[in-house]
Design a protein. Sequence first.
Length: 201
Amino acid sequence: MDASDAAHIDPAISAALPQGLFLMTAASDDVRSGFITRWVQQCGRVPFQVSVAIPRGTSIEPLLRDSRHFALCGLQANDRVIQRRFADTPTRQEDPYVGLQCFSDASGSPILQRSRFYLDCELVGHLAMESDCRIYIGQVLTARMLNTEELAVTTNGHANGHANGHANGHTNGHANGHTNGHSNGHTNGHSNGHTNGHANG
């Protein structure tokens, strides 16, 4: 299959492959850049390594070669601010991180505080295939979860649902038992009184 055949592959097949929303960041001297990609994969366990595919010719590539490091910020799928900010490849004259809360870890690459998690990496290799993209291989130096609000909401929601369900079940069960007991007592008392009165009469 040549490149022209590959262009006619059903887009649904590509969409079915594992994808995410990541901001690849790098810095060299006082220049910082970033590029959004969906193509990040773990490619090694010991040591922990990841591969990142980005188009050829983006402004981040010179910084990758100069610094030999990069970071990957896992983005929220609905984070339109970052998607708009990095929709166009920034030039070397502008800093796309101005106004954003950032910090750095071992590599010195910028990391967004609003990220879900990050991987801070040393560049250990890259592949330049006959393709519109290059693949960069990073060995993970540090990694950390940052935004755990979704997990907290899920956990608390489950706990609250369980507690409320238990409380409601207990309350309803008690109420139903009381109602049924009263009803049964009234019925039995009425029936016994009627029977005994009839027999005595």
